[in-house]
Write a protein that binds this ligand. Sequence first.
Ligand code: DC
Length: 205
Amino acid sequence: MNGRVIAIDGPAGAGKSTVARAVAERLGWSFLDTGAMYRAVTVIALEAGIDLSSDELLEQVVSDLSISMTDRVVINGRDVTLEIRSPDVNSAVSAVAACSAIRRALVEQQRIFASEQALGTVVEGRDITTVVFPDAEVRIFLTASLEERAKRRGDESAASVAARDSADTSRVDSPLSVGDGVTILDTTNMPLDQVVDEVVACLRK
Ligand code: DC
């Protein structure tokens, strides 16, 4: 049985991490950034020089992997918190996240993480409301205009954000999509506090 979960999906730069972290803080719950997990695996795959289009080779990377998600991202004992945000990882991570074996392994770890938290977990990612926690108490799809999302990503261009959107939406396994019964929240012109209020209000409904 999982602990309580607020599940937040949405495209790159929609504000998922910022919102999920702020909601977790408001409620005293844990926070899980699942994109950071795919990014950490990408660091390892890039370092190993693996052909990212080969599911077989990528599968070997996850066969013997340990990831710890606290305020630091640690994979196989190595702190990759900063490395996971590099441009190389930005452009390679969608290919890694398209690999079913990797998704299976990380989804299992995400469910274990949530089941171990005392109060609850705010989880954000690209398949969280549809695949990982389809029965979560609250399921939100956060979005914003492409222009606004690129701005929020700082030094990442709109073209790079759009390329990731397209890869995440069109992949075969667990594509980014809006599931039935999921609340859509467009945050283009919304201050963070208001977004947090709206998410927390869903919990009380
Ligand atoms: O949110 P982000 O930009 O850190 O996500 C990095 C990549 O991982 C992005 O290509 C989408 C993918 N991802 C995913 O497929 N499933 C998740 N639950 C989280 C992220």
